[in-house]
Write a protein that binds this ligand. Sequence first.
Ligand SMILES: [Zn+2]
Length: 167
Amino acid sequence: VIVQVTGSRFASPGEHARAVRLALLWAVGARDGKFGDHELWDGWASGIDEVCHTLAEQDFGWKTERFAADWRTCDPDWIDPLGKAARCSSSHRRKRSDAVTEYCPTAGFRRNQLMINRLAHEAVGRKVVVGFPIPSLGSRGTIDCLTRALHAGLPVISIPLASRDAR
Ligand SMILES: [Zn+2]
């Protein structure tokens, strides 16, 4: 099974690794304490991506693949198939909270779509997209990725997580 994950940047190993671990093993149908021979794809971000990648590599011994978003580079040729993201323009770049570093606000959407397209075209029998939003903290990126997966006709599981920081 290829498991592609998406989830909150605010997830932490201490608070969420246990729930995430159970969800990943359930998603691949692992039984009898055997981790099996599976593959985990993530978006190379902090939070859930990091928690899942570490579990897959260090605990389960699964193959892993990471899809980093290219926040530095615009792609004016990219047209969002869902029409959610506007095309890159010279004026749309935004500044990080340090007020210096610029980034492209569509880079996350582009990465999500690329990852979903890759998964949709993989010739393996079983694949699933597992989302771990923390709804009380927004999780717009997670919901974006899950939406793209649904449009691509991929199997989707969403496991909402609680947060101590929720307000
Ligand atoms: Zn851009």
